[in-house]
Design a binder for this molecule. Structure first.
Ligand SMILES: [Zn+2]
Ligand SMILES: [Zn+2]
Length: 146
């Protein structure tokens, strides 16, 4: 009788603990995705952490990184990884290009990818096949130039 009772308790725990944990993880991922989709600034994980703090959620930075990794693998967001710079994240997984300012680090979106493709015909001549989904053009933005 006692063994049966114990089994029931164990089974109960086994069912409830992972469920609650999963739920918490899913909720955290949802918050991260929501915050990321609110802005078009392509924030870093640390900036995103501050954004979630403002929302009164106590998600740790490590969890933010884990959630971003997960969301990227699910193709719900885009990770922009530039050399020597902190990775930035984009809540819009639609096909688009990025104009990155090397001075103020702002990132602007360009959705007319076809236009960029035509202008870079030279690239195709070399036999190189660029991935336009992740094209980043580096330079100076309007306000940094003026
Ligand atoms: Zn700039
Ligand atoms: Zn973007």
């Amino acid at each position: 009788m006692l063994i049966i009772l114990l089994r029931i308790i164990i089974n109960k725990n086994m069912k409830t603990i992972p469920h609650n944990k999963d739920y918490r993880i899913t909720l955290q991922r949802k918050i991260v995705l929501e915050e990321l989709r609110k802005v078009c600034s392509h924030p870093t994980a640390k900036q995103l952490h501050l954004m979630t703090k403002k929302r009164n959620s106590n998600i740790s930075l490590a969890t933010i990184y884990r959630s971003l990794d997960f969301l990227e693998k699910q193709k719900l967001i885009i990770k922009l990884q530039s050399k020597d710079k902190e990775a930035r994240y984009d809540g819009n997984p639609e096909k688009h290009c990025h104009l990155c300012c090397d001075e103020c680090n702002c990132v602007q979106d360009v959705f007319d990818v076809e236009d960029v493709k035509i202008k870079s015909k030279q690239l195709n001549k070399s036999g190189f096949v660029p991935n336009f989904n992740f094209l980043e053009l580096h330079g100076l933005c309007k306000s940094c130039l003026s």
